[in-house]
Write a protein that binds this ligand. Structure first.
Ligand code: KIV
Ligand code: NA
Length: 265
């Protein structure tokens, strides 16, 4: 495999090849995602919801993110692996932000980090970039700020927030970020942003006028079934298929159908 790099992503934007990105949090899943040809694997802090069952992304710790990231890194041959800096590991001061980013890079072997926010995290982004660590931005519905928003509805529908988002995207590009995630904003605004910067813009609930798409793996596979935003396309219904397979196993154990003659020594 030819490895995906931050450079190849920028090249993809230039040639118009869309970027595919998916989350993964463990070795077994990451191996499948990588072999299926996904360009970027995000070790998202959505692990807080998907893996740990928390209601928000806020509780997951830096140590837990490093555990997930190192499991993913051991599985991949091709994809670029980006890891979220979790809530509380970068907001209080730029030096702490750099220390957190360095821990992720050293202890997991990841290739880049992602931080939520625009100008307000300027110094942190600069410090991390100065250390040679690639940074992906994340604007729009930034789930670490959910208690400020109060709702998971579409962001930047109003002029003021849309203007700030546009400025933040240009700011992140100028500062040196290699890509930006835009989450749950109007498609028209996302397209405008993608056209205004030369770095790739990867959307989730941001329409098809951007340079790539990202989804949470467990949502795409239909393993989660109580989360139904409009932007989510389910490619499987694993929740049902797995429930069926596992109930069948229970039945087979109870009826002593399993193990059969051929399945014993
Ligand atoms: O944590 C995550 O899964 C994310 C994506 C939804 C962009 O940040
Ligand atoms: Na995230």
């Amino acid at each position: 495999y030819k490895r995906v790099t931050v450079k190849s992503l920028v090249d993809m934007k230039q040639t118009g090849e869309k970027i595919s990105m998916l989350t993964a949090y463990d070795f077994t899943m990451a191996k499948i995602v990588d072999e299926a040809g996904v360009d970027v694997i995000l070790v998202g802090d959505s692990a807080s919801n998907v893996m740990a069952g928390h209601e928000t992304t806020l509780p997951i710790t830096l140590d837990q993110m490093i555990y997930h990231a190192s499991s993913v890194i051991r599985a991949i041959d091709r994809a670029l692996v980006v890891v979220d800096l979790p809530f509380g590991s970068y907001q209080s001061d730029p030096r702490e932000a750099l220390r957190s980013a360095i821990r992720i890079m050293k202890e997991s072997g990841a290739h880049a980090v992602k931080l939520e926010g625009g100008k307000e995290i300027k110094e942190s982004v600069k410090r991390i970039l100065n250390a040679g660590i690639p940074v992906m931005g994340h604007l729009g519905l930034t789930p670490q700020s959910i208690y400020k928003f109060g709702t998971y509805t579409v962001r930047a529908k109003e002029e003021e927030e849309a203007e700030k988002l546009k400025e933040d995207a240009i700011f992140l590009e100028k500062t040196g970020c290699f890509a930006i995630v835009l989450e749950k904003i109007p498609a028209k605004l996302a397209k405008e942003v993608a056209e205004s910067v030369s770095i790739p813009v990867i959307g989730i609930g941001a329409g098809n006028g951007v340079d790539g798409q990202v989804l949470v793996l467990h949502d795409l596979l239909g393993m989660t079934h109580q989360f139904n935003p409009r932007f989510l396309r389910r490619y499987m219904n694993l929740y049902e298929d797995m429930t069926q397979a596992i109930s069948q196993y229970v039945e087979d154990v109870k009826s002593v159908d399993f193990p059969s003659e051929e399945e014993q020594y």
